[in-house]
Ligand binder design. Structure first.
Ligand code: FES
Length: 209
């Protein structure tokens, strides 16, 4: 017999932040957490998915499978891959000088990253996310990879990517607490990809812890 459903007195802080954020950092349109959470909260014969060791059904949907205690991860460089063929705007491939949006963004990212230790930058022609230009990837060996896009090709966007990449570099798994996310990357996450070279771990948490 299942235990009675216990409505939590209050949402954990990370959920409050995420659900209240008008930009929805987990992507308001496609994010599966919102309906999953709503279902869980309204199902009187199910436990809350939020706290506790059995609270795994929601979190697995966006999981990393990594452990924060893997040694040596923080010493690795984080690489920012910038698509250099992304469009300049919704209607224009190139700016007046003949540069793509991706080339402009890559230039800004390269310039900023040259002054930051532990970051590398690569250009890639098309990341196959062309509709969400301008696109970037933040990755490091053994860590979560993040696809981040829908950026304007400008210095402000580049700074946000750099700031996030620094947090990724300093994280053991690549996961960054939501409260630390730079404002400029909120609402820009497209995908989170588990590292291939790590064994599946315990139920991962969303990017809020
Ligand atoms: S041109 Fe940038 S993702 Fe395709």
């Amino acid at each position: 017999m299942r235990p009675a459903f216990q409505q939590p007195a209050a949402l954990p802080p990370d959920w409050v932040d995420i659900l209240a954020d008008p930009l929805c950092p987990l992507d308001r349109v496609r994010c599966s957490l919102r309906p999953a959470y709503a279902r869980a909260m309204s199902a009187s014969n199910e436990k809350s998915p939020l706290p506790g060791p059995k609270a795994t059904n929601v979190r697995r949907r966006v999981g990393s499978g990594n452990s924060d205690k893997l040694p040596g991860k923080t010493a690795m460089k984080t690489t920012i891959i910038v698509c250099d063929t992304c469009d300049f705007s919704e209607t224009e491939k190139f700016d007046a000088a003949g540069q793509t949006g991706g080339e402009i963004l890559a230039g800004h990212v390269e310039n900023l990253a040259s002054r930051v230790p532990g970051l590398a930058v690569r250009r890639q022609s098309c990341l196959m996310g062309c509709e969400r230009h301008c696109n970037t990837v933040v990755a490091a060996p053994g860590k979560l990879t993040y696809v981040i896009g829908r950026f304007e090709p400008c210095a402000e966007s580049a700074q946000a990517v750099i700031d996030y990449a620094c947090l990724h570099r300093d994280s053991g798994t690549g996961q960054v607490p939501y409260k630390q996310w730079p404002h400029g990357v909120k609402g820009h996450f497209i995908a989170r990809i588990p590292a291939l070279d790590t064994a599946p771990g315990p139920a991962p948490k969303i990017d809020g812890d």
